[in-house]
Ligand binder design. Structure first.
Ligand code: HEM
Ligand SMILES: *[C@@H]1O[C@H](CO)[C@@H](O)[C@H](O)[C@H]1NC(C)=O
Ligand SMILES: *[C@@H]1O[C@H](CO)[C@@H](O)[C@H](O)[C@H]1NC(C)=O
Ligand SMILES: *[C@@H]1O[C@H](CO)[C@@H](O)[C@H](O)[C@H]1NC(C)=O
Ligand SMILES: *[C@@H]1O[C@H](CO)[C@@H](O)[C@H](O)[C@H]1NC(C)=O
Length: 197
């Protein structure tokens, strides 16, 4: 696990708005106003499926979540608005260039994902985000995630393979206590259902 010296960490354990019933790990990134939420099942080790939710102001053209912390060699989810819904594209980068589509991750966009004139929200069930070539998340420990946000709309919103432009709004890392994101199987399944899974 890489360590980051200048990581700005803010942990907010909040109620997941859509569910209301249980605590979740959430991080509101102040520069972009994008909030990242994570829920995981009550397991002891990766691999496991994760629920990841990205809530963004309309000013965000795309917002990315890197499960491994760094942009490089980490499962990345890039989300953007598309009509009244959202698209989530699994990516992987081996250099500081636009990340390519990644087939090691499946991102199922849940039907509660919406877009309107002020905000968009993408909630996904991610298979493959917890363990990858070169790393894994510890469901009972801390995790450092990466984020990146661009002000530019993607070129072809309906296409998960769309080209995307640089994260001019910002990019960095945040640390959360992943053990706080663990849910019993019943609660995980209930959250998934609430989000439209
Ligand atoms: C057009 C697509 C992209 C380009 C051209 C790009 C380019 C770069 C470059 C050049 C850097 C290092 C230089 C700097 O500090 O500015 C960087 C860092 C970073 N990028 Fe990207 N990036 C792209 C997409 C993404 C996406 C989708 C994410 C998703 C989270 C992301 C997350 C990060 C993070 C967290 C860093 C900090 C250093 C690290 O953790 O590796 N980037 N990017
Ligand atoms: C979203 O857009 C589709 C296609 O334009 C439309 O059929 C659907 O009713 C819209 N849904 C909402 C919630 O506005
Ligand atoms: C996934 O991508 C890797 C690397 O590009 C490739 O070797 C592999 O054949 C792909 N697998 C599938 C199922 O497409
Ligand atoms: C737009 O969507 C957000 C959730 O992403 C919601 O909180 C807000 O009320 C919606 N605004 C309108 C005008 O429907
Ligand atoms: C785990 O992350 C939390 C939230 O950022 C932080 O307060 C705490 O110090 C971290 N714990 C360890 C052992 O790094």
């Amino acid at each position: 696990m890489p360590s980051f010296s200048a990581v700005a960490t803010v942990l907010a354990t909040s109620l997941w708005a859509a569910s209301g019933a249980w605590a979740q790990v959430a991080y509101e990134e102040p520069t972009s106003g994008v909030t990242y939420k994570v829920a995981i099942p009550e397991v002891d080790a990766a691999p496991f499926d994760m629920i990841v939710s990205i809530e963004a102001p309309a000013s965000a053209g795309w917002a990315g979540f890197a499960a491994g912390g760094c942009m490089l060699r980490s499962p990345i989810l890039v989300a953007w608005p598309n009509g009244n819904s959202t698209v989530v594209s699994p990516r992987w980068a081996t250099a500081y260039h636009p990340p390519a589509l990644y087939n090691g991750t499946t991102a199922k966009v849940l039907s509660s994902s919406t877009s309107n004139s002020t905000h968009w929200t993408a909630s996904v069930l991610c298979t493959g985000c917890s363990k990858w070539d070169g790393g894994a998340l510890d469901p009972k420990g801390n995790a450092t995630f990466g984020w990146g946000v661009s002000s530019h709309a993607v070129d072809s919103p309906s296409n998960p393979a769309s080209s995307i432009r640089f994260h001019d709004v910002g990019k960095s890392h945040f640390e959360v206590d992943l053990s706080q994101a663990r849910l019993s199987k019943d609660n995980f399944d209930a959250l998934l259902k609430t989000l439209g899974g």
